[in-house]
Design a protein around this ligand. Structure first.
Ligand code: GDP
Length: 297
């Protein structure tokens, strides 16, 4: 289960604190050390951990929590609030263009869950807004990618624009956009290629697609299971593409939590959705406060 180790360790730190009744500065220091280790072990970015611990400690001391009633409870509350803040405070909705179509470009490493997420998001918009999306298959390097998107399209009843694997992806996107205009599609999803790691050629291709269509949303799809690497990947993509949001996938797996807790703080970009399974309906809006509750258990 996701966050299992982190939740267990944070709860233990809080239980130890609650046992004290009165909390001294040295007790607070011990608690903050336990929290620090718990976060580092969950693969949270070092700087994020440092800032987090410092803020919680300063707030606890500044508010004279230790001299007040129920200091342990107050500290739990501060930890919860700061976890929420670290993850971005509030849910951030999908950008929407004032005139149709809203263009959503996906980016991410191979296997992160781009194609799956395109389908999940298109279905969500279809169900919730009666939207009429078009999905453009612009991953020409992995032959099975187009087929996979077509299967997803069939499953959710959303059309796919494709031109096979012999056409330049930028040209595919250009023609796909024309098709969307002609059909008055209100959303266009661009499923782009990924690689096993960031490379220059891929980034140039993505930048060219971006320059052509000026997407309303560039969603970076990140596999939550990849911990610190997820954060490095996010930074790499963001530097080149200036993404507008992140989708964190595979949160149904046993991720330790590092990516969920680090990405916003490191990149400044909001996590907008989380993937929590392989089914087309397994996509949820990311709510930092609910995630903090879940992490604290
Ligand atoms: P892409 O290469 O980035 O397009 O990745 P895919 O969409 O092909 O996904 C790679 C694998 O991850 C597939 O087997 C998906 O079913 C799986 N996957 C994607 N999102 C999730 C998720 O949220 N949870 C789980 N458990 N699996 C996922």
């Amino acid at each position: 289960m996701a966050f299992e180790g982190l939740t267990e360790r944070l709860q233990k730190a809080m239980t130890n604190l609650r046992r004290k009744g009165k909390v001294s500065e040295s007790d607070l220091r011990d608690t903050m050390r336990e929290i620090r280790l718990a976060l580092l072990e969950a693969d949270v970015n070092f700087t994020v951990v440092k800032d987090f611990v410092k803020t919680v400690r300063e707030r606890a001391l500044g508010a004279k929590v230790l001299e007040g009633l129920n200091p342990a409870q107050q500290i739990v509350k501060i930890v919860n609030e700061e976890l929420t803040k670290t993850m971005g405070e509030t849910a951030v909705p999908l950008n929407k263009s004032p005139k149709i179509p809203t263009v959503i470009m996906m980016a991410g490493l191979q296997g992160a869950g781009k194609t799956t997420t395109v389908g999940k998001l298109a279905l969500k918009l279809k169900n919730e807004q009666n939207a009429r999306p078009l999905m453009i298959a612009a991953d020409v390097y992995r032959p099975a990618a187009i087929q996979q998107l077509q299967q997803v399209g069939q499953q959710i009843g959303v059309p796919v624009f494709e031109m096979g694997t012999d056409v330049d992806p930028v040209e595919i996107v250009r023609q796909g956009m024309a098709e969307a205009e002609a059909n008055h599609n209100d959303y266009v999803f661009i499923d782009t290629a990924g690689r096993l790691q960031i490379d220059e050629q891929l980034m140039t291709e993505l930048a060219n697609i971006k320059d052509l269509v000026h997407p309303d949303e560039i969603l970076l799809v990140i596999d939550a299971m990849t911990g610190q690497n997820a954060v490095n990947t996010a930074e790499g993509f963001d530097q080149k593409l200036d993404v507008t949001g992140v989708v964190l996938t595979k949160l149904d797996g046993d991720t330790r939590g590092g990516a969920a807790l680090s990405i916003r703080a490191v990149t400044g970009k909001p996590i907008k959705f989380v993937g929590q399974g392989e089914k087309m309906t397994d996509l949820d809006v990311f709510h930092p406060d609910r995630m903090a509750d879940r992490i604290l258990g």
